[in-house]
Design a protein around this ligand. Structure first.
Ligand code: ADQ
Length: 465
């Protein structure tokens, strides 16, 4: 089997605790067939890419490079996280476009291409990940790389009308045509990309379903909903639930129901709206006070971006306000924790929680929703309250689906979840769990790589006109 080369902004080194969703999925992919994982080390140095750091583990070479302060600020904090991230999450008002940042983004992508090139072998299958590295495929092609290259976007993709607001969008998004396969989480995201190419970039649809851009490059787009290692999460949760920490949590709760939220601290996750809905629940239902506790786990992320710092302060105020208003000497309504936890412990928390509250304003997929379902006890499962705007809602459709901007709707869903009889909880949970057992992360990887390897590399298929 050809070697698999993964390229992503960050590399989840073996045994490293990661708060990103990509890590566990990629370990599963590379463990199978061996290969190379290339990316930024997460560290700053005087010069970008001056040395490559190498580590080998279980047939996989992990190769990383450092970035200079300027490259980091322009490529990562500037263009990727202040222009592309908000744009792709439908937050046009938060987009801050600066030409220098886009130049830095392209420069770092060139550097990725230059440093990766000597590490490649002719029959490698290359899999590039996420919005940080959109132009990488085209830059590798310019350097003569003819291998199969696939790209997967982990964020949502908004409609073409919004995408064209980005200066030089043709250059950036048009470069996706250099990949053989472009994967997105949902059919809605795929439609957005197809529409963009067909209506804004002069592409046409070929008879075999692929797109052909104005320069003749052919590529396939398709939805591949990412997933989790369902069996492993279920086993971890069962084991964790017998551990000391979880027993202590159960004891401290007594008969009180736990509502849990677990997210990177990010404005796409709808946390202020979620806190408001929980506050409203306590307002409306005096009888629920002291009967329910909300644990929100939200490790800080992207602290160098101002919007993330503002969000932190907003949430601290909001949690303080709710606790100031309702707390009793023997009851804290909301525990707001900004730390990472070992994954196994997290699955134990999910299992104890009667309600999983997952309400992003927009989310590519949202793995927490899937982990919550996988962690439940079949005999006494909890209830998932899930935003319609998480990619996961396409599959987890027997969750209580809500619009996170509608505070009353989220509050009512919480009330419904907290009073849901056992039979209905089981009836909703079972099909979601079975779906996740079948469509787990291994299925996702295999499906993407099989599809990539089936793509023709040479001749262009006839056009449908
Ligand atoms: P994220 O935005 O990071 O991922 P998500 O899909 O929920 O969001 O993945 C988060 C992961 O981090 C989960 O596996 C979760 O268990 C873990 N995690 C969160 N908080 C943690 C904590 N305090 N301690 C330990 N682990 C924690 C992006 C996209 C998503 C997409 C994924 C994968 O934004 O939409 O689902 O990539 O494609």
């Amino acid at each position: 089997m050809p070697r698999l080369v993964i390229v992503s902004n960050r590399v989840a080194l073996p045994r490293q605790t990661s708060t990103g969703g990509l890590g566990s999925a990629m370990h599963a992919a590379t463990r199978e067939q061996g290969g190379l994982w290339f990316g930024w080390s997460g560290k700053l140095a005087e010069h970008s890419g001056a040395v490559l750091h190498r580590q080998q583990h279980e047939q996989v070479d992990y190769v990383t490079m450092d970035l200079s302060r300027t490259d980091h600020d322009q490529y990562y904090a500037g263009f990727a996280n202040r222009a592309l991230w908000p744009l792709f999450h439908y937050r046009a008002g938060l987009v801050e476009y600066r030409r220098a940042n886009m130049e830095g983004y392209l420069r770092v992508n060139e550097l990725f291409a230059d440093r990766l090139l000597p590490l490649l072998q002719p029959d490698d299958t290359i899999w590039v990940h996420d919005y940080h590295l959109i132009p990488l495929g085209a830059l590798l092609r310019q350097r003569g790389v003819a291998n199969r290259i696939g790209f997967f976007l982990h964020t949502p993709l908004p409609a073409a009308g919004l995408l064209i607001a980005l200066p030089r969008h043709q250059e950036l998004l048009g470069s996706l045509a250099s990949y053989h396969l472009v994967g997105l989480h949902t059919e809605r995201d795929q439609r957005a990309l197809d529409d963009y190419f067909l209506h804004e970039a002069g592409a046409r649809r070929l008879a075999d379903g692929r797109l052909q851009d104005a320069a003749g490059a052919c590529f396939r787009t398709r939805a591949f909903p990412i997933s989790i290692d369902t069996g492993k999460v279920a086993r971890q949760a069962e084991r964790a639930s017998r551990g000391l920490k979880i027993r202590q949590l159960r004891d401290s709760l007594g008969t009180r129901a736990l509502v849990i939220g677990v997210d990177r601290l990010d404005y796409s996750k709808g946390l202020p709206e979620r806190f408001k809905a929980y506050g409203r629940l306590l307002d409306r239902q005096a009888g629920l006070r002291k009967q329910v506790s909300f644990l929100q786990i939200a490790p800080h992320s992207r602290d160098t971006v101002p919007e993330y710092r503002q969000l932190r302060h907003q949430l601290e105020r909001s949690a303080g306000h709710i606790n100031g208003r309702y707390a009793e000497p023997d009851w804290t309504p909301i525990s707001y924790v900004n730390r990472s936890f070992p994954h196994q412990l997290l699955t134990g928390y999910y299992r104890v929680a009667r309600v999983g509250l997952v309400t992003p304003l927009r989310d590519g997929m949202n793995l927490v929703a899937k982990e919550y379902i996988a962690s439940q006890d079949a005999l006494d499962p909890g209830v998932l309250v899930l935003s319609r705007f998480a990619g996961a809602a396409q599959e987890l459709d027997s969750a209580l689906l809500v619009n996170p901007s509608d505070t009353e709707e989220v509050t009512e869903a919480l009330e419904t979840a907290l009073s849901m009889p056992l039979q209905e909880r089981q009836r909703r949970w079972r099909p979601m769990y079975e779906h996740l057992c079948r469509y787990d992360v291994n299925y996702w990887c295999k499906d993407f790589l099989d599809t990539l390897r089936q793509q023709p590399t040479g001749a262009i298929a006839p056009a449908t006109v």
